[in-house]
Design a protein around this ligand. Structure first.
Ligand SMILES: [Zn+2]
Ligand SMILES: [Zn+2]
Length: 273
């Protein structure tokens, strides 16, 4: 039929993460308090069904950095980010031949890495399609729902290539990570942040939450720890994992937002409630 190189697998319809068979009763990621199983019950789809019904758009976010989005969206609806040659970040829950071909033309990706388990997507299928390996954080390995010989564990900080590194910040998940691409933002560095630092629509603030859909905040200590860890990284632009999420002055926005969050949870603004 075609030159496709990835195998079919079940996918959770709610989070868009690929699964191994036999299927559990509910997706473990969605049954966790950070996500949700629909009131109508667990729903499954498959990579083949998604491939047949989705188109993946690939567009340049800044010189040398590319965003991939599925139309219509799959699962949580993330935007994957490609650093050509080295990294496909927060992979989509769907793979198409056209997108694989485009990514290969741009230089491919040696590693597939999700910022945290909500973003695992179809990471194994993407690794098969691109001849890549998947890195899963050791601290969050219990959430891996489709293990594979292409999957490796990592922790701490890890250089993927000169000028491209992963850093564990924790928070949203113990192994929640960001990637710093030193060539981004005109050489000042760009941060690819998962949900542990989430850009908000005013483009001046970010949020730090255990759960975004269920509005579970992180404590003042954890927010301070995340902001301090981020302050030790060299970057300007901060990219979120949802299309359009971008902050130009990342370090200022992170500190401003951390102070606001900490003051709210410590009760400084209780008179406003
Ligand atoms: Zn799920
Ligand atoms: Zn998340």
């Amino acid at each position: 039929m075609s030159g496709r190189r990835w195998s079919d697998a079940p996918v959770c319809a709610t989070c868009g993460v690929e699964q191994a068979e036999p299927l559990p009763e509910t997706c473990r990621i969605c049954a966790d308090e950070r996500q949700w199983v629909p009131g109508s019950g667990q729903a499954w789809t498959s990579l083949d069904a998604l491939t047949a019904t989705r188109e993946i758009r690939v567009e340049e976010l800044e010189p040398g950095l590319w965003g991939l989005t599925s139309e219509p969206a799959v699962g949580i609806g993330q935007r994957a980010i490609l650093v050509p040659g080295d990294l496909l970040w927060d992979p989509l829950g769907v793979v198409t031949e056209a997108a694989v071909e485009r990514v290969r033309q741009l230089g491919g990706a040696r590693r597939i890495v999700a910022s945290h388990p909500h973003m695992h997507g179809a990471q194994v299928a993407w690794a098969e399609a691109l001849g890549a390996r998947v890195l899963v954080h050791e601290a969050d390995a219990e959430w891996l729902q489709r293990d594979h010989e292409l999957v490796e564990r990592w922790s701490g900080s890890r250089e993927l290539a000169p000028g491209l590194a992963l850093h564990t910040l924790g928070g949203h998940f113990p192994g929640a990570a960001v990637a710093i691409w030193a060539a981004g933002s005109g050489g000042l560095g760009s941060m690819l942040a998962g949900d542990t630092i989430q850009p908000k629509p005013d483009r001046r603030h970010v949020a730090f939450m255990r759960s975004y859909p269920n509005h579970l905040p992180l404590s003042h200590r954890v927010v301070r720890r995340i902001a301090d860890a981020a302050a030790g990284l060299r970057y300007r632009r901060l990219y979120g994992n949802i299309p359009g999420q971008l902050i130009e002055d990342g370090p200022e926005a992170v500190e401003r937002s951390a102070v606001r969050h900490i003051r709210w949870v410590l009760g400084d603004f209780d008179h406003l409630t």
